[in-house]
Write a protein that binds this ligand. Structure first.
Ligand SMILES: [Cu+2]
Length: 496
């Protein structure tokens, strides 16, 4: 506390203007956040971003979780007090695709908690779900009765109930919170819990981000995921699928940390273009420098966190994404070709069957018909032959099926529709990507925000699933985007 107070006082003496504008920006970006006095937690990241002066970053340097709010707190007799509400949340993961999920305080993933090593924290958890829950603090070395293990360390929190967690934190690193109810985890319930070290890690970074990886199985025209399903067709970073995820904006030459957290059924190999990074931390905290090694892809396993660091020394709009091919797609883990492009039903099993979402015909999910798969899709090998006939999709039909998208009606200078040979259908396997990614899928305008300013027109047709950008920008472009961001209105959050 003392060192932070000292810092605040010095900062106020030296750069009151920068702090004031940071505060104004925070008020704009985070409605509902409590400000003023002790409640302004730490010198904000934006203090640095908004100031022209480039010096050592403030400590602790607040992390940014794009598309996810920060959880406010207040100091009560020396304890940092947070308030989490577990509740249903409507989350628009891409334009027009609103999912019915469960999360915290109106957000999926839940709001980010940031504390400093040594803090005593109290977290009031209210259960506004229709069923019991509990809160587990993943990897925290805290007293047993605070662990949130339902039925053992505590009774589950009943619907309408409350449990107050309180503990002192002596660890530092990238942590997270989630209910210890497995299906609730698969329904969106997780949030980042960052414990800043008392002294900054070396080398010092200029920007620090956190991204939570999640996956959902949702039928077309449906909003409720099937949490029992094993074939995921919506893959999100901080609750947004590409191209709706907000790019990370960094200044050329900055040292960057990105903290990845995965809570799902799959491991995600995260790949960064154009740079070599080092793994500096795990879900258990900082790793000794002797263990660091160069990488450009790192497997973020289920229930793990990975801290990657690199110097953004290569200008460009670099993709960063999960490299599992199906995780770079939206609405795409089952074959939807015949159902979307031809009238009638495909031969063999239906898409519902293929995704393990059964309507009771011919039998119950656990009946003889589905015995071996226990109601879950077992993949291509366990299904009947399907009629595969993907004929070209005329842009007039595409416009009806997917209104709002650009469908090749490109402005001058934008990407043109690909010219396909007339005999394309005679090539076995066609199409692969021809109708799933490309200029006809672009929705630049629908996902426009300050962070997408200046991207190559049509870019959004190529960014799906767990994909976003690290935009390594020259100073003038960087400053321009930050200025646009200051003007922008905060994003509307859906509340359930
Ligand atoms: Cu993946």
């Amino acid at each position: 506390m003392d060192s932070r107070r000292d810092f605040l006082q010095k900062a106020l003496a030296l750069g009151a203007g920068a702090l004031a504008s940071a505060k104004a920006f925070a008020a704009q970006a985070m409605p509902g956040r409590e400000h003023g006095g002790q409640e302004m937690p730490m010198p904000s990241q934006s203090a640095r971003n908004s100031g022209a002066r480039r010096g050592a970053p403030p400590h602790p340097l607040l992390i940014e979780t794009p598309d996810v709010p920060e959880l406010p707190w207040r100091m009560v007799n020396g304890v940092k007090e947070f308030h989490l509400v577990a509740e249903p949340v409507k989350r628009e993961i891409v334009p027009g695709k609103v999912l019915d999920l469960w999360g915290f305080n109106g957000s999926v993933p839940g709001p980010t908690i940031q504390v400093v090593e040594g803090d005593r924290v109290r977290i009031i958890v209210d259960n506004h779900l229709p069923e019991p829950t509990s809160m587990h603090w993943h990897g925290f070395e805290i007293p047993y009765n605070m662990d949130g293990a339902p039925g053992t360390s505590q009774d589950p929190i009943p619907p309408g109930g409350r449990f107050v967690y309180e503990f002192t934190l002596h660890q530092n690193g990238t942590f997270f919170y989630h209910p210890h109810q497995a299906m609730q985890e698969m329904f969106g319930m997780i949030g980042a819990f960052i414990m800043h070290p008392r002294k900054p890690y070396r080398p010092i970074v200029d920007r620090d981000f956190a991204i939570i990886l999640q996956e959902f199985a949702v039928l077309p025209n449906n909003s409720v995921p099937n949490s029992m399903n094993m074939e995921f067709n919506w893959l999100t970073m901080n609750g947004k699928a590409g191209p709706a995820s907000t790019p990370l904006i960094v200044r050329l030459g900055d040292r960057i940390r990105i903290r990845w957290v995965n809570l799902g059924m799959d491991h995600h190999p995260i790949h960064l273009h154009g740079h070599t990074f080092y793994i500096t931390g795990s879900e258990a905290g900082r790793q000794p420098e002797t263990t660091w090694g160069p990488k450009n892809t790192v497997l973020v396993g289920v229930a793990e966190a990975v801290d990657m660091e690199f110097v953004a020394n290569n200008p460009g709009d670099w993709m960063v994404h999960c490299h599992l091919p199906h995780h770079m797609m939206n609405q795409m883990s089952s074959n939807v070709g015949p159902m979307t492009r031809r009238p009638g039903m495909p031969m063999g099993v239906s898409m519902e069957n293929g995704m393990g979402m059964l309507d009771g015909t011919p039998g119950a999910p656990l009946g003889d018909d589905y015995g071996p798969s226990l109601g879950r899709g077992m993949g291509v090998g366990s299904t009947n032959d399907q009629r595969i006939s993907n004929t070209p999709f005329p842009s007039s039909k595409a416009a009806q099926a997917m209104p709002g998208m650009q469908h090749g009606e490109m402005q001058q200078g934008e990407m043109k529709m690909p010219q396909l040979p007339g005999n394309a259908n005679q090539v076995r396997g066609f199409p692969q990507d021809a109708y799933m990614e490309g200029p006809m899928m672009a929705m630049d305008e629908m996902v426009a925000k300050p962070e997408t300013y200046g991207l190559k027109p049509g870019w959004s047709g190529f960014m799906q699933g767990m994909m976003t950008f690290v935009r390594v920008l020259e100073p003038d472009m960087y400053d321009k985007i930050l200025a646009l961001r200051h003007q922008a209105k905060p994003e509307h959050q859906h509340h359930g």
